[in-house]
Design a protein around this ligand. Structure first.
Ligand code: SF4
Length: 319
């Protein structure tokens, strides 16, 4: 089978400008994209840089974008990408600094964030019998999380990271979960000093893309939600987050749906003038596109009174 790989190129030792090289190669039926890359490097262009390690679809080292979606090239069959024509585009992941060609900066992408959540156990004092045993139930859950092989697929699929690259991301937050929910760990509070900051647990928009992308079924979004619930129950709440939740609930209770303008203003805090000023550029952009919601001028949705009664019933039951 003949196929043309259109490969992203960038060489910081030359001019560092991104470009593309086309390589037409003959590959056998059943060849993987990585087989194609090896063939190019071995027979056509020894300067082409890409990564690979386990060759089993495990480690994630070979992850790049194949025809614009992230794949492990060692298990991605060429034939799966040539149905519309014999051309395949290969690019590094989006929004990550590129070191050379298809090699991107894994430290910036994931490892620095994992390091930031202190990925090791700080054990409590051992019991008098010298053992610090984890109960079976806790271990079962943690075992699932510990099966993460740090492939980075969840971060690649995350919808927040393309907007804010400094967000810790699902892979690092899943790693944090592994230690927060380990009953042997003594640093839960300290861990939340990092996790509750902006760019931490509260910045997840629970789109569940990370769960969709995880090849191990670890459900990173579910882990982030568990960390948030844990924070709430332990009284660890960031003030801005508390205002956000209050405003969200008040808006839905009053009008039956979300007043987004009000939410933005009340989340910042009505007396927080610098915070409110920061909203202005976004509001101006939204206004130009005819999408600026005017705070507090939201009409009620049909059936809003029923929604209000649900809230009131819940509030009464809570008392
Ligand atoms: S949680 Fe899943 S997708 Fe994310 S790094 Fe671990 S194995 Fe990969």
């Amino acid at each position: 089978m003949q196929v043309t790989f259109k490969v992203y190129r960038k060489d910081p030792e030359k001019d560092g400008k991104p470009g593309r090289s086309n390589y037409t190669v003959e590959v056998p039926e059943g060849a993987t994209v990585l087989d194609g890359l090896f063939k190019i490097r071995d027979e056509m262009d020894g300067t082409l840089a890409f990564r690979a390690s386990c060759l089993r679809g495990y480690c994630g080292e070979c992850m790049i974008r194949v025809n614009n979606s992230a794949r492990f090239t060692c298990i991605a069959k060429v034939s799966a990408f040539t149905q519309k024509g014999p051309e395949i585009s290969l690019d590094p992941l989006r929004n990550i600094p590129v070191l050379k060609d298809l090699v991107f900066d894994w430290d910036a992408f994931m490892w620095n964030k994992i390091k930031a959540v202190k990925p090791w156990l700080e054990a409590k004092e051992t019991a008098s019998d010298g053992e610090n045993i984890i109960p079976d139930a806790a271990l079962q859950d943690l075992r699932k999380v510990m099966s993460c092989y740090h492939c980075g697929m969840c971060d690649e699929g995350c919808t927040v990271l393309p907007v804010d690259f400094n967000f810790l991301g699902p892979a690092a937050l899943t790693k944090a979960y592994r230690f927060v929910f380990d009953p042997r760990d003594k640093e839960t509070r300290e861990r939340f000093q990092t996790l509750e900051q902006p760019k931490g647990i509260w910045d997840c928009v629970h789109c569940f893309e990370a769960d969709e992308h995880c090849p191990r079924g670890i459900e990173p979004t579910k882990r982030i939600i568990a960390l948030r619930d844990f924070a709430f129950k332990s009284g660890i709440t960031n003030e801005k987050v508390a205002r956000h939740h209050k405003s969200f609930a008040a808006s839905v209770k009053e009008s039956g749906w979300l007043d987004e303008g009000r939410l933005a203003v009340e989340s910042e805090g009505l007396t927080n003038i610098p915070g409110l000023m920061k909203l202005l550029p976004t509001a101006a952009k939204a206004l130009v596109r005819g999408k600026a919601p005017i705070p507090y001028l939201h009409s009620k949705r049909p059936g809003a009174d029923r929604i209000k009664r649900i809230f009131e019933k819940g509030e009464q039951e809570k008392k």
